[in-house]
Design a protein around this ligand. Sequence first.
Ligand SMILES: [Zn+2]
Length: 293
Amino acid sequence: MNGGPGGLGWVPPGVKSQAGGGGGFLEQNGVFVPLQYTSAGDPLQGGYGFCDWTDNGRTPHPGVDLNSGGSCNADEGVQVVAPTDGLVVAVLPWDGYTSGEGNHLWLYLDSPVCVAPAYMHFDHLQAFAVDEGQRVAAGQVIGTCGRTGNWDCAHSHEEIAKALPSSWWQWPYGWSVAQVQAAYYDPGLWYQQTVEKAGGMNGLPMDTTPEERQAMAPYFAMYGVSPNMETAIMKRAALAYKRDETPGPCLTDEYPYGDQGFVRQNFTARILEWHPQDNQVYTVEVVKDGIST
Ligand SMILES: [Zn+2]
């Protein structure tokens, strides 16, 4: 089912088989938001953002606390994946009682698609899925979301350090906001810039012409849905097709989703979602090898 019947000779890129994440990941240009089921409209669900004050005003939070599923422990046990290719440089199991990072690990993100190489830190994991020294591919599961380190609610704390940290337990207690900004990337910004760079690399096309979109229309209409090729979602779907990614043929027309004005459309291998707030089209569901959940 991955990619539909492939009637136009299309085959999915082989790299997809390395990405073991199953469904429910936000992904753009092959760059993943690590926590499964993260909502593009509300990735934190109340968690700390970059440089929000923690420790009673002593620490600018050096990363983001991603939450998914809508309640305290709805995301406990869901998958955490590598955002890009990288190397596992530290796997640090929890001692079972000390409050803090819990089970945590560091990835060195050295993929050329990254806006800059970086050390990414994942805290409070329920379990690890990788070993030190292992190379991982974008979308590969590195662990599961948890609340180790004595947290009430599971969440995925993620920091992106600009350079090798002073220790694998580096925590900027008492630092100024300027110091934290100098040492860490704003993860949201890093993600956005990496997505943009990934899209522009290796001659990846960034646009389609109206003529190209019209020529692709029969492929998308394979299951009897005749899409308007000039909507934002269909422009994104056509671009994906041109890049040899796959949305697959249309399974539905556009339909409203949620209470924030989002619009969705289902394809055999993708669900695409348009947001009026930023006029962006997001991939909210990636169907890999026929597994969608
Ligand atoms: Zn945090």
